[in-house]
Structures are given as structure tokens and as C-alpha cells.
Design a protein around this ligand. Structure first.
Ligand code: HEC
Length: 161
């Protein structure tokens, strides 16, 4: 398969990493390719880091202040990376993404959701580090809400392969 037969993003996605010849990917496309892959990887790590907090909220595991503080600190750092991963417009690039075009059509609205995420992780980190159980759990609920508020508007329903 050559670059000409499919869109550049699709070509990179379909080619096993070991067979990729980066020289045939145009330099100006690389930021977008790296970006969508890093974007999805980042959110997977975010989700994995949220997991123990979710279990504490649902009382499926006992409240653990140290685990809460560690997870909250990680989430705060991870969330700070998220805005950068939407800097490059990946509309029409032919990649398997759930990022809706609306993100770049309504960047101001999207950025507001992003700021809500950052504020929510700051609050969680502060309350987690202060070992304030009640407020940390409250902050965790608010954080979960910030995730779904953005997803309901700016993320496609379908799963990526
Ligand atoms: C400001 C918007 C926004 C916020 C806030 C947000 N997300 Fe997302 N999330 C997205 C978008 C857009 C995608 C699709 C990315 C893609 O496919 O390129 C996504 C994808 C994901 C994915 C799928 C990753 C994959 O490809 O397998 C998971 C899981 C996820 N987000 C979890 C979370 C969690 C957990 C939070 C809150 C802690 C969160 N997200 C907050 C916009 C957001």
C-alpha cells in the first residue's frame, strides 16, 4: 500500500510500526500523526489512573489516602498535557479518531471544557494531598463530570479499532 492510495493518516495507522518508512511521510504531517496517537494514549493512561479512584467512590475498595494522593497528583500532571494534543487540527486526516470536527469548529467552547478539567484535577490534587477524604471524593465526582461533559459534546460515540 502506498501513501497515494489512502489518506496519510490512514496509511500510518494501517502499517505495522516496524514497516513504517517515516521518510515517505511528509514532514508537515508528522505533528498530526504523533498527536492523535499520543492523544489516545494519554487518555488511556488518564483512564487507568482514574480506575482506583472510581473503585473507592463505588466502595469497591477501601478508601486509601495515599493512593488517592498519588493518583490525584498523576492526574494533575497528565491533564496538563491534554491541551497541547489538540493544537494540531486533525480534521479530514483519515485517522481512526473519536475527536469530533466540532473541537476545531468551536475551539473556544472546547477550551472551556479543557479548563474545567484542569481546575478539577487541581482541586483533586489539593484535597488528595491534604488527605481530606470527604473533599477529595467530592472532587473526584466533579472530575468524572468534567470528563463526561467534554465527551458528550466533542467525542464520537463509536470506539476506535
Ligand atoms: C476537553 C475535552 C475532554 C476532557 C475534559 C476529557 N476527554 Fe477524554 N477524550 C476526549 C476526546 C476528544 C477523545 C478522543 C481522542 C481521539 O480519539 O483522538 C477522548 C478520548 C478518551 C478515551 C479513549 C481513548 C482511546 O482512544 O482509547 C478515554 C478512555 C478518555 N477520553 C477518558 C477520559 C477521562 C477519564 C477524562 C477525565 C479525567 C477525560 N477523558 C477528559 C476529550 C476529553
Amino acid at each position: 500500500m502506498t501513501v497515494e492510495e489512502v489518506t496519510p493518516g490512514e496509511w500510518v495507522h494501517r502499517t505495522p510500526a516496524r514497516d513504517l518508512n517515516w521518510n515517505s511521510v511528509y514532514a508537515d504531517q508528522l505533528p498530526r500523526i504523533y498527536n492523535y496517537q499520543a492523544r489516545q494514549a494519554l487518555f488511556r493512561v488518564v483512564s487507568w489512573t482514574m480506575e482506583p479512584i472510581g473503585q473507592m467512590l463505588k466502595r469497591r475498595r477501601p478508601y486509601d489516602p495515599d493512593l488517592m494522593a498519588a493518583s490525584a497528583t498523576r492526574l494533575q500532571a497528565l491533564a496538563k498535557m491534554a491541551p497541547e494534543l489538540f493544537e494540531h487540527d486533525t480534521r479530514g486526516f483519515g485517522i481512526p479518531t473519536r475527536a469530533l470536527d466540532l473541537i476545531w469548529e468551536d475551539k473556544a467552547g472546547f477550551d472551556r471544557k479543557m479548563r474545567t478539567l484542569l481546575a478539577a484535577t487541581d482541586t483533586l490534587a489539593a484535597t488528595g494531598l491534604a488527605q481530606d477524604r470527604a473533599r477529595a471524593l467530592e472532587a473526584a465526582i466533579a472530575l468524572g463530570q468534567a470528563c463526561s461533559d467534554c465527551h458528550s459534546t466533542y467525542r464520537a460515540q463509536h470506539k476506535v479499532p
